[in-house]
Design a protein around this ligand. Structure first.
Ligand code: PLP
Length: 388
């Protein structure tokens, strides 16, 4: 089976992880801060806070932004469940914005309309989680102007988009937080670089940096400058738990793997771009809809999604199953989150976001990873085109 994605582990990665195993620290040592600083420098953010997953980082980000009961978190309908679940973890209510049928990302028009209605009804969101689906950045300037007008905070779920650029000409990397409060990356093996499990929250705001660190580690600080009790009587053992935090820490082994993988990030994106270009060339003229981006954008191509045109949901399913039978590990990213049984229990129903539902009846994620060979890719292309 040619999978839709897979990790690339090289000898250098293995050597770095072994070096950590032979060192003094398996956790809470020097390598996690090195990884944080290296990735922050790479994407031009002030701070990075590494965690044991992007899901943990999304939760900590919502807590850092003081999301709680009575608040609303909005996200796009077409995403992984974690982009929405982080709101529920905090006791907030979650709502969904429909997608744009050409970019597959959250629709700016749908968001604009929904905000106007919410303002009238007094239920504006506190946080919007935007998702750069497949690695294709959203229009953050448009989102930022809405955030300023309606006073909500912005988290970028960039689980797909490490190494992507909002603007190729300016070298503006996703994660620079120019138009958001916090950006989240994932290092799950199927994503662009991996730490086994892992994630990182990027921010430019010192206060959010402190709060992210607090929630990552039990709500505890050992920084005397941050103590609420300034009594000089405290010994050097003294620390304070100031929030109800978690153990969301990344290990040193994971950080060593991440640092080593980071050395190859730009090469990975170039390989993914080349694979995407070949797909697009071969698919031109066929009834396949490809993901569009705005002018100047540079996708990281975590995923390569095609939407079948003029096919019924039943035909989509049949083609999907045939591709799998032929050894092509296609996938679907994603069914609208609100159609999951857990969200249906909250009252969501079919018809809520029509574009996201139509997308889920036509989308297919094709194999996309740096070590995909030319022969494998051509097999994927001919197998798909024969079925259109
Ligand atoms: C993978 C993914 C996550 C969760 O990442 P983990 O590191 O596995 O927790 C969150 N959001 C999106 C969009 C993802 O694709």
């Amino acid at each position: 089976m040619i999978p839709y994605g897979r990790q690339d582990i090289q000898q250098a990665d293995i050597d770095e992880v072994i070096a950590v195993l032979q060192s003094d620290f398996l956790t809470q040592g020097p390598v996690v801060p090195q990884f944080e600083q290296a990735l922050a420098a790479y994407v031009d953010a002030s701070f990075g806070v590494a965690m044991n997953s992007a899901t943990s980082a999304l939760h900590a980000a919502c807590l850092a932004l003081e999301l709680g009961s009575g608040d609303w978190l909005w996200t796009t309908a077409t995403t992984f469940v974690a982009s929405a679940n982080c709101g529920l973890y905090c006791g907030a209510q979650v709502d969904f914005v429909d997608i744009d049928p050409t970019t597959f990302n959250l629709s700016i028009d749908a968001l604009t309309a929904k905000l106007a209605t919410a303002e009238r009804d007094g239920c504006l969101p506190k946080i919007l989680v935007v998702v750069h689906l497949c690695g294709q950045p959203c229009d953050m300037q448009a989102i930022d102007s809405l955030a300023k007008r309606y006073k909500f905070r912005v988290i970028e779920d960039a689980s797909h988009a490490v190494g992507a650029k909002y603007n190729l000409a300016d070298d503006a990397y996703v994660g620079n937080c120019a138009y958001s409060d916090i950006t989240i990356f994932s290092f799950h093996p199927v994503k662009i670089i991996t730490t086994g499990e892992g994630g990182m929250a990027m921010t430019n705001q010192p206060e959010l940096h402190e709060r992210l660190q607090l929630f990552r580690s039990h709500g505890i600080t050992r920084d005397a400058a941050l103590f609420t009790d300034k009594s000089p009587a405290h010994g050097s053992w003294y620390y304070e738990q100031q929030e109800l935090g978690f153990n969301y820490r990344m290990t040193e082994l994971q950080a060593a793997l991440g640092l080593s993988q980071l050395n190859r990030l730009s090469g990975y994106i170039e390989q993914r771009q080349a694979i995407a270009t070949h797909y697009a060339e071969q698919f031109s003229g066929y009834p396949l809809q490809l993901q569009q981006g705005y002018k100047g954008v540079y996708s990281s191509y975590h995923l390569y999604v095609v939407c079948l045109q003029n096919k019924s949901a039943a035909q989509h399913k049949a083609i999907f199953e045939e591709l799998r039978e032929q050894g092509i590990g296609v996938n679907l990213h994603y069914t609208p989150v609100y159609l999951q049984p857990y969200y249906r229990k909250l009252g969501f129903r079919e018809g809520y976001c029509p574009n996201a539902e139509a997308y889920a009846h036509s989308a297919i994620s094709l194999p996309m990873f740096p070590t995909l060979t030319g022969a494998e890719q051509d097999t994927v292309i001919t197998t798909l085109l024969q079925r259109l």
